[in-house]
Design a protein around this ligand. Structure first.
Ligand code: LMR
Length: 328
């Protein structure tokens, strides 16, 4: 190839929509950061892609980019507002720049399990949150579940004091920073794609995540063990841009949104099982899993729960009360 020909080839591949999409189809790029299999979000995204491409063939064409291959979560929302990507499902912890209301989902021991999270999301307060970023150009379409968070580190973690002085990776959320500080640990915000390397090289000593992420990204291989703390949750907001959604013809939009909501219902029912299977896979792969007795667990609650007070104004006492009522 001459230099001119290869430059042309490059520019063609950069502008071509995709090999898989036909001319005239509305291309939906869906960027996310996790594995595609054995992961609640990965499985849901793949099912959504399959259904859109089968049922909307000729009209719409979805391409999923998993594993941070297109954007990591710290960039994807900006890219969406630029029109470079149409769909994403970042964890609720990643919306801090757009709204502080999602902070309720990061508060430690706020929800006893994913069913409680689901009930809160289905309430009027939860549904209102889907529209809370419209002025910033983002529209929430659905909540997708992952599951309960566990803690891991380079040393055994059985009591909160075991975490003292350790460096922990956290998502980009001030609540999670405060939570780690409450343990006397030192939190470091970091993109998901960088966590494995940071644990391996000792840039950080520990992290918190769900079983499906700990297994999917092999964090357990570079940690002393994982402690089943169930101290918080990771859930996702399937999000798009207001402009893109408005640009769709009404029938196209309706069909797309119906598929999104059916996939949500199907996959959310399976999220707990996917995480339980991932926990078993960690054990089968030789990972160490530690559980807490009632006294130990009470100490983690006592150490972390005071964090709520710092964020009551952001999330609203009435929402905290509603969440606690659901737990009861
Ligand atoms: C994380 O950053 O740890 C998670 O939000 C990744 C994910 O999407 O599950």
């Amino acid at each position: 190839l001459t230099a001119a020909a290869s430059a042309l080839a490059l520019s063609v591949s950069a502008t071509a929509v995709s090999a898989a999409c036909d001319d005239g189809e509305i291309v939906v790029k869906f960027s996310h950061v996790t594995n595609t299999d054995k992961h609640p979000k990965g499985i849901a995204a793949s099912l959504l892609e399959k259904r859109v491409n089968e049922e909307m063939d000729g009209t719409m064409c979805m391409e999923v980019f998993p594993n941070s291959t297109l954007y990591d979560d710290n960039k994807v929302l900006e890219a969406m507002l630029q029109g470079d990507v149409q769909l994403a499902a970042p964890s609720l912890s990643k919306f801090e720049k757009f709204t502080k209301q999602f902070r309720i989902f990061d508060l430690p021991f706020m929800f006893k399990d994913i069913n409680a999270v689901e009930q809160f999301q289905a309430s009027e307060a939860g549904q209102d949150l889907l529209d809370s970023m419209q002025r910033r150009g983002l529209q929430g379409l659905a909540y997708w579940h992952n599951g309960m968070k566990q803690m891991s580190a380079s040393v055994p973690l059985l009591e909160p004091s075991d975490a003292e002085g350790l460096k922990f990776r956290v998502q980009s959320s001030d609540v999670l920073v405060a939570q780690m500080e409450a343990l006397g640990a030192s939190p470091q915000k970091m993109a998901f794609s960088e966590v494995y390397g940071a644990l391996q090289q000792g840039v950080v000593d520990g992290q918190e995540n769900t079983w499906s992420n700990i297994y999917g990204k092999k964090f357990f291989e570079v940690q002393d063990g994982v402690t089943e703390t169930d101290h918080g949750i990771i859930d996702y907001l399937v999000v798009t841009s207001v402009d893109w959604l408005d640009s769709l013809e009404p029938e196209v939009r309706d069909q797309f949104l119906t598929i999104v909501s059916e996939v949500t219902e199907t996959r959310n029912k399976e999220s707990t099982k996917v995480n339980q299977d991932a926990k078993q896979a960690v054990i089968d792969a030789g990972g160490t899993v530690r559980t807490l007795d009632a006294d130990q667990r009470a100490k983690w609650v006592e150490a972390m729960k005071p964090v709520w007070e710092q964020f009551t104004d952001d999330v609203g006492q009435e929402n905290i009360d509603a969440a606690q009522e659901i737990n009861a």
